[in-house]
Design a protein around this ligand. Structure first.
Ligand code: 13P
Ligand code: SF4
Length: 343
């Protein structure tokens, strides 16, 4: 098969969603991806939950807020999102004239899936005077039904920006919602959604680990269940957790969030020890199966063929981005600006 024929065949497979394509094993994927970046004026944005080889080749790495700030400000022509579907949709809404590529369109999110827009619309209609705050981990269509978006790093500021006399609906994560009720003392109506990764940690095994490592601090993401947050020494977003491990005097941490973040923790604090919090069964459940759908091979092919591409209807972009712009405005006012260029 000639190179041109191979390219047509590969493109056809990707178009039809068959992404597990064999790539020449002698190819240096890092080098090829670097070449494609320059050739196409593309940037790779990677979430902390990506595989370490993807994190290492990314131009920017960050939490959900940082990545949306980067997507809003980049001058690149092509944004390659090494993350999940809702993150790439957010990037498209913020940069509608750019091409946004997600290496695997099936990289979804259990939280986003737990809140179907047609059901949420009925729920929201029961509370017409309430302000709707949605965690950014939701579909683009859900954002069209939302007043203000938030991420785990700015959620407190978003809730605090809402007048005291206003009721609040919070969707889709009931754990983050319950945590916010506690720290802001605001009463909120919560949608009943959860993240499949953060609800799987075992209280019993974590308690035993804490006993075995009395010098370790237990740190947790606010998507974890309340009983775990109650025993945490620090609670924060992925970037918050990362920063905490750098500034804390402790040398050992039990980390209750997706295991991908540990790569950056080890890079930033090579002399500290990081123990992934164990799940309540024997599988590798603190790996997000959606985040981990992205591989170096899929990233390379996505950049080569500029697909799969995120396409959104104009009305979704126009209506959906209003709540994201409000969130970014509140974050700017709070000084939550970041620039996480890799290297
Ligand atoms: P943050 O990186 O914003 O903390 O979000 C965590 C997460 O679950 C993303 O899917
Ligand atoms: Fe969604 Fe949880 Fe995976 Fe994040 S870790 S993408 S919230 S399923």
């Amino acid at each position: 098969m000639s190179a041109a024929e191979l390219a047509i065949a590969e493109k056809d497979l990707i178009k039809n969603g068959f992404l597990d394509i064999d790539i020449d094993p002698t190819m240096n994927l890092e080098e090829e991806i670097e070449k494609l970046k320059k050739e196409k004026n593309a940037i790779i944005l990677a979430h902390y939950y990506q595989e370490s080889d993807i994190q290492d080749i990314a131009d920017y790495i960050g939490d959900s807020l940082q990545l949306s700030q980067m997507a809003a400000n980049t001058e690149a022509d092509v944004i390659v999102f090494a993350g999940v579907h809702f993150m790439a949709e957010t990037a498209k809404m913020l940069s509608p004239n750019k091409k946004v590529i997600l290496p695997d369109l099936k990289a979804g999110c259990s939280l986003a899936d737990s809140c179907p827009p047609h059901l949420f619309k009925k729920f929201k209609d029961k509370y017409p005077d309430h302000v709707v705050v949605s965690y950014v981990n939701c579909t683009a269509e859900l954002k069209t039904l939302t007043d203000i978006c938030c991420t785990s790093s700015n959620a407190r500021y978003v809730i605090d920006s809402i007048p005291e006399d206003k009721g609040i609906i919070f969707a889709p994560d009931k754990n983050l919602g319950a945590y916010l009720q506690k720290v802001t003392s605001r009463d909120m109506i919560l949608w009943n959604g959860t993240c499949m990764v953060h609800e799987i940690f075992s209280h019993e095994k974590i308690t035993k680990l804490k006993l075995r490592h009395p010098d370790a601090e237990f740190i947790a993401h606010p998507e974890c269940e309340a009983h775990l947050l109650e025993i945490a020494d620090y609670i924060g977003s992925t970037s918050g957790l990362l920063k905490y491990t750098q500034t804390s005097d402790s040398k050992k941490f039990i980390v209750a969030t997706e295991a991908g973040i540990i790569h950056q923790m080890e890079l930033k604090s090579p002399n500290k020890e990081f123990i992934p919090a164990p799940p309540n069964n024997t599988c590798a459940c603190n790996d997000c199966p959606h985040m981990k759908r992205n591989t170096m091979e899929k990233l390379y092919l996505a950049m080569k063929y500029e697909m799969p591409e995120i396409i959104l209807e104009d009305w979704v972009i126009e209506k959906g981005r209003v709540c994201i712009d409000r969130m970014l405005e509140i974050s700017d006012k709070a000084g939550l600006n970041t620039n996480n260029k890799v290297s």
